[in-house]
Structure formats: C-alpha cells, structure tokens
Design a protein around this ligand. Sequence first.
Ligand code: GDP
Length: 273
Amino acid sequence: MKLFKFLSFIKEKKELIADFEEYLLLSGFGISFSEEIIKVFKKKGEKGVREFLINSIKDASKELSRDDFSIYLFSGVNGSGKTTCIAKIGNMFKKEGEKVLFISGDTFRAGATEQLTIWGEKLNIDVFSGKKGADPASVVYDGVVYGRNRNFTKILVDTAGRLQNKKNLMKELEKIRRVIEKLSKVTESILVLDSTDGENLYSQVENFKEVSKVSSLFITKLDSTIKPGVIIPIYVKYKIPIAYLFTGEGVDDFSPFDPVEFVNSILNPYFSS
Ligand code: GDP
C-alpha cells in the first residue's frame, strides 16, 4: 500500500512537471529556457520559479532618457507597431508640455506617412515628411533642422522596416543615424518588437541591434499575444533594457515595464487556476 502511494505520488509529480513545461512552451519561453525553468521548479517549486524569473529581468526596466532637445529614432519590422508607439509616446510628451514633432522617415511605403499624418492630426502634433520616394536620410536631416529651428523639444523619427531588402534597409538606417548625428545626438534608439512574433524576435534583434545601436526596447501587442514569455530569454540573451509595454490600439494603452508585474502576469493564470 505504502509503495503504491509513493508510486502514484511520483506519477502525479511527473504529470505536474510535464503540464507546467507545456504551459511554459505555449507561453513562448522556448525549449532551452523552459528547461532551465523546469530545473528550478523541480528543486524550488513555484516560489523558486517566480524568484528565478524576476531575478532574470530585474535590471531590464529602464526609463527613457531625455535631453532638452531629444531625438528618438524608431526602428523595427513593418507592422511591429512603430507608428502607433510614436503616436502614444508623442502624446505622452505633449501632455507633459513638450513641443513634439514627428518625422516620417519611411518614404517608400504607401500609407506610412499618411498614417503618421492621421495620428498627428488626431493628437495635434506636427508631422514633417518628404516627397514619396525621397531619400529618407535627407528627409530626416531636413526634419531635424526644421525641428531645431522652431524650438521643438522632442523629435520622434519613424523609419522603414522592410526586412526583405535587409542590406539596403540596414544601410539606410545607418545613414539616418549618421545624418542626425551631424546635427545633434540620438537620445534613444528604440527597437519596436511585436510580442506576437515569438521566436522570430531573435533574428529581429540580431538584425537591428548593431546597425541602429539600439538602446531601448518597446514591446507591443501584449494584449493579443499568447507568447509573452519570449521577452524574458530575449532580455537574458541581449541585455537590451525595456522601457514600455504596449497593450492595445488606444493612445493610452501602454505602461512602463515592471519586471515583477510582468512575471506575475505570466505565472498567475497557471498557478491560480
Ligand atoms: P508599423 O508598421 O511598425 O508602423 O506598425 P503600426 O503602428 O502601423 O501597427 C501595425 C498594426 O498593429 C496596426 O493595426 C496597429 O493598430 C496595431 N497595433 C500597434 N500596437 C498595438 C498593440 O499594442 N496592441 C494591438 N492589439 N495592436 C497594436
């Protein structure tokens, strides 16, 4: 009888571990990071896992740097949410009393400038753009000069994100950075990552981090992803701090990144069900 009880306890424990591992994989942690978490789980249980995850990202949160005359350069693949992030952060600055300018550095994609212009009109924020097909770096250069001469204090620069033409895109981003630096400094280079992209985010970070000299990450679409976990191994691997999380299409749908809250939001649904 005693042996039977012991065996069924072992079986239950194994099932519990397999079940938790499945949850981790479904949540986007990936195979190798999930295995690390399971090791901790076996030794230290739920509390240990919480501590391990919080500890892994405890230094990840960062406040966006600010200069009196700040330039924020946004990069990321098309559809990641760059334009929407620019609108949200621009609106935040505006509410704080800053004089905000948007520059559309995506002169190729039909609709990119229009979309930024629509946001600008809605939020009453000026948008600087060039002719369709114009050299993006020269539009950005002119935009920064325009902003400087008219006493704007926060300039947010949208860029193209066509990864299918990777080499040219990267050259273009480098050039945009260089022309800004002729005039001022890039206060922050922000890479926008769509959390629903899962494992694809690794190659996105690899592609953008050097060329854009990424200093902060913005993570979008956390309201619609089932795989938020991927953000943790991404931070562990690249150590690029995370400034904000974005959770919807509304202009106020974002919040500063809080490591404890983030871990709880992933683990609580599992452990409290
Ligand atoms: P861009 O191509 O990188 O400039 O991306 P956009 O800003 O145009 O965003 C692409 C789509 O994602 C649009 O339909 C946005 O409304 C949507 N979007 C952006 N951020 C979020 C978010 O946090 N949550 C959700 N659910 N949708 C978002």
